[in-house]
Design a protein around this ligand. Structure first.
Ligand SMILES: [Zn+2]
Length: 110
């Protein structure tokens, strides 16, 4: 699914991009800012990451910061989350970093 967004075959509200990442708004937002940052190259999930992904992972964090800054939530604070597996609620088998902000976020998450 997210490979389709990366390829431009599926619509998405894209808010940022970099050579190896793409950021678009979650269709079911859980906070005023809820953006997904994905690697353009397919990676199944955070459990599939290895040392070879160091650069793209750093690029995802930089894209997330740019998203937070653009949405005006960088100063107030934001959360970066990767869900792995069913119990964590992951439903899409393409690595995605949730950028959540714009309100006080509960900790630990529910
Ligand atoms: Zn994919």
């Amino acid at each position: 699914m997210f490979c389709g967004i990366v390829a431009g075959e599926l619509p998405a509200d894209i808010v940022a991009r970099s050579p190896r990442t793409l950021a678009f708004r979650d269709l079911d937002p859980k906070a005023p800012t809820h953006v997904l940052v994905v690697p353009t190259e397919h990676v199944a999930d955070a459990a599939a990451l290895g040392p070879e992904h160091a650069e793209v992972l750093a690029e995802m964090a930089v894209t997330a910061r740019r998203v937070a800054e653009a949405d005006g939530v960088a100063d107030g604070g934001y959360r970066l989350v990767c869900n792995v597996g069913d119990d964590a609620g992951n439903t899409v088998a393409h690595l995605h970093l949730h950028v959540l902000g714009g309100r006080r976020l509960a900790w630990p998450p529910g």
